[in-house]
Design a protein around this ligand. Sequence first.
Ligand code: DAH
Length: 362
Amino acid sequence: MSEISNLKAGLIADINAADTLDALEALRVGAMGKNGVVTGLLKTLGPMSPEERLEKGPPIQDLRESVTAALADRKAALEQAALDAKLAAEKIDMTLPAGIGPQGSVHPVSQVMDELAEIFADLGFSVATGPEIEDDWHNFTALNIPETHPARAMHDTFYFPDAEGKKMLLRTHTSPVQIRTMMSGEPPIRIIAPGRVYRSDSDATHTPMFHQIEGLVIDKGITLGHLKWTLETFLKAFFERDDIVLRLRPSYFPFTEPSVEVDVGYTLTNGQRVIGGDGDAPGGGWLEVLGSGMVNRRVIEACGLDPDEWQGFAFGTGVDRLAMLKYGMNDLRAFFDGDLRWLKHYGFSALDVPTLSGGVGA
Ligand code: DAH
């Protein structure tokens, strides 16, 4: 009898002193396991006579229950202590400044826009902007794009529900900034207008939002020669090569007349296509980089200017595409994934400010 109560006291003292879950498990196996002391005592009950069992059974059952309860209590206490320790160790104070600095870098699109602004600033162009939510008149009508033009079809343009009879849309190109600039200022005009544009289109080379840059010059006696020189000077500065060869192809845009599409030649250098050189050389070819032309008289008129007095040229191109050509990316969608690994690879240091003297590509 006192043997069992001594055993009980000893086991419970050991259990309460166990300071790890492993130590507690060893005690459980020693007491309650297959060959444990408590299990051994329980086994002695079987062969006993009913009278003997009536006498010896209760203290043994009490031992089993007490030890089981002590094990469970100690286990719960140790687990709670482990959780408390973990919570204390992992506690973070959200009000403290982060231990790491900013992770980003300058996105190639921003870098290219900065490069373009720098190049054109040197040629006397200022940067103009316009709203991304445009009306149908600035985006289409004033640019001599008739109602029936395919660019107006719903599959290209994101329209807003009609409001007060005014058709609003997400601008499909930066060309409406031409209109806004001519209407709000006096010529002579020399501007570029970089910004976001939207079209309902999505694959490896098209995203519903992308970036364009528009250029506009309005002055007296402006000719196609001025356009060609300006684009050549710009592309040489942008690609940082003097051997840029342009090919001007007759084309059609409603807002220019005549219209030209501009290709740059690339050549094969060590098996790689590199921009520069005569695209007609063996292994070479031409890449379309710009749409342009002499501003259509009807556009100048729509802005309230006299086309016999003022002429000019305009051009437009995709900034994302220029970035891909210069820095060698091939999937446009990655531009807008926000993946820091991509940005680490292609991004630019915030200190690499493009300057013509330092090299615009930094
Ligand atoms: N707006 C045209 C487009 O989105 C690009 C363009 C072509 C702009 C010719 C111009 C231009 O200013 O003269 O495809």
